[in-house]
Write a protein that binds this ligand. Structure first.
Ligand code: NCD
Length: 357
C-alpha cells in the first residue's frame, strides 16, 4: 500500500501512466462507472477548498464509489484537540482512502504513517500540493502535446505557493526543461525547492521580477495568487498583493502557442478579459484535475488491494537532536511527535516540512 505525499513519490513512468489512464477515462468514462463500487473516499479538509475537495468527490462518485468527510477543522475533533495521527487511525476504520488538506506542513505525511489505508496529500500549508500537479501535468500535456523541452514561467507567490513547489519537482525530471521564476524579492522560491531540486539536478533557471520582460520566451505561464493566509504581517500582503496582473495587452507579447495555467482561485492576477484567449487553459485545468484524481484513486486502491500492508518508513540517516523552528510545521502541534531531521544538500532538514533545522 502506498500514499501520495510528495509528487516525487511517483516515478516519471508512473506519472506518464496516470496521464494515459486519465485520457482513457476521458475517452471511455462508462468503462469506469463501477470501478470503485462499495469503496469510500474520506475527504478530511482542515482548510478551505473548492476545486480540490469537490473534484476529489466528483472523481470518486464517477468511479461508482461514495464519499464522506468534513470541510473545515471546526467541525472535526481537531477542534477538541485530537491529533492528526488519531484522526487518521479512526478514519481508516470508515473509509478505503483518505484525501487530506491541512494548514500544518507535513500533516498528511504524519497521517500516512498512522493510517492503515492510503493517504493523499491534498495540500499541506505552504509545502506541497501533488494532486494539483497531476492536474497541471495533464493540462500541459494536452495543451502542448509534450512534457519535455520547454520553458516554464512561474509567476507570483513562489514562496508560499505550494502548487509551485510540487510542479517544479515534477517537471524537473523531464528532459530539456528550464524555468523562469518571476516574483517579488520577498516571495522568491524557498531553498528546499531551489537548492533541493533545481541546483541539485543542475536544472537551468533564472530569477526575475518582471513578467513583461519574461513572457515572450515562455511555453507555459503558471500564474499564482499571492497567498494572503500565509503572511504573518498583513501590511506586507497589502504591499505585495498587486505585484502581477496578466492582461490581454501583456498576452500580445507571448508565443501564439503559450499555455496559461493557474491552480485557481484567482483574485486579480489574471484579468477576466484573458479568459477568452484560446491560450487560457485554467478552466480546462480544473476538468483535468478531476480526471487525474480518478486515475490516482484507481492506482492507489489497486495497489492497496495487491499489498494491504503499509510500506515501512525509511529512517536511514535520521537524527533526533535537531529542533525544527518552522511554526507552521506539524511537529509543533502533534502530540509526542519527535523532531527528526536528515541531511540533504549540505544541510539538516526537518523530515516533515523540509525546512532547515
Ligand atoms: C491552490 C491551493 O490550495 O494551494 N488551490 C487549489 O488547490 N487549486 C492554490 C491557491 O489556493 O492559491
Amino acid at each position: 500500500m502506498r500514499s501520495l505525499i510528495s509528487i516525487l513519490d511517483f516515478s516519471v513512468e508512473e506519472l506518464d501512466q496516470l496521464i494515459a489512464t486519465a485520457e482513457d477515462i476521458a475517452a471511455h468514462p462508462e468503462k469506469y462507472w463501477d470501478a470503485c463500487k462499495h469503496k469510500k473516499l474520506a475527504t478530511l479538509f482542515f482548510e478551505p477548498s473548492t476545486r480540490t475537495r469537490l473534484s476529489f468527490e466528483a472523481a470518486m462518485l464517477e468511479l461508482g464509489g461514495s464519499v464522506l468527510g468534513f470541510s473545515e477543522a471546526g467541525s472535526s475533533s481537531a477542534a477538541k484537540g485530537e491529533s492528526v495521527a488519531d484522526t487518521a487511525k479512526t478514519v481508516s476504520n470508515y473509509a478505503d482512502i483518505i484525501a487530506m488538506r491541512h494548514p500544518k506542513e507535513g500533516a498528511p505525511y504524519v497521517a500516512s504513517r498512522a493510517a492503515t489505508i492510503p493517504v493523499i496529500n491534498a495540500g499541506d500549508g505552504s509545502h506541497q500540493h501533488p494532486t494539483q500537479t497531476l492536474a497541471d501535468l495533464l493540462t500541459i500535456h494536452r495543451e502542448l502535446g509534450r512534457l519535455d523541452n520547454m520553458v516554464i514561467g512561474l509567476c507570483g507567490d513562489l514562496k508560499y505557493g505550494r502548487t509551485v513547489h510540487s510542479l517544479i519537482e515534477a517537471m524537473s525530471r523531464y528532459e530539456g526543461i528550464s524555468f523562469v521564476l518571476i516574483s517579488p524579492k520577498e516571495l522568491m522560491l524557498p531553498d528546499f525547492v531551489r537548492v533541493g531540486m533545481l541546483d541539485k539536478h543542475h536544472i537551468p533557471y533564472t530569477e526575475v521580477t518582471s513578467l513583461e520582460g519574461a513572457i515572450a520566451q515562455l511555453d507555459v505561464l503558471y500564474m499564482t495568487r499571492i497567498q494572503r493566509e500565509r503572511f504573518d504581517d498583513p501590511a506586507e500582503y497589502e504591499r505585495l498583493k498587486d505585484s502581477y496582473v496578466l492582461t490581454a495587452e501583456k498576452m500580445e507579447a507571448a508565443k501564439k502557442t503559450m499555455a496559461v495555467l493557474h491552480p485557481l482561485p484567482r483574485v486579480n492576477e489574471i484579468s477576466v478579459k484573458v479568459d477568452d484567449d484560446p491560450r487560457a487553459a485554467y478552466f480546462r485545468q480544473t476538468h483535468n484535475g478531476k480526471l487525474m484524481r480518478m486515475a490516482l484513486i484507481l492506482k492507489l486502491l489497486g495497489e492497496a488491494k495487491e499489498n494491504p500492508l503499509r510500506e515501512a518508513i525509511d529512517t536511514d540517516g535520521w537524527v533526533y537532536d535537531k529542533v525544527c523552528r518552522n511554526p507552521k510545521c506539524i511537529v509543533q502541534t502533534e502530540q509526542e511527535l519527535p523532531h527528526a531531521a536528515k541531511m540533504a544538500e549540505g544541510a539538516y532538514r526537518c523530515v516533515y516540512c523540509e525546512q532547515k533545522v
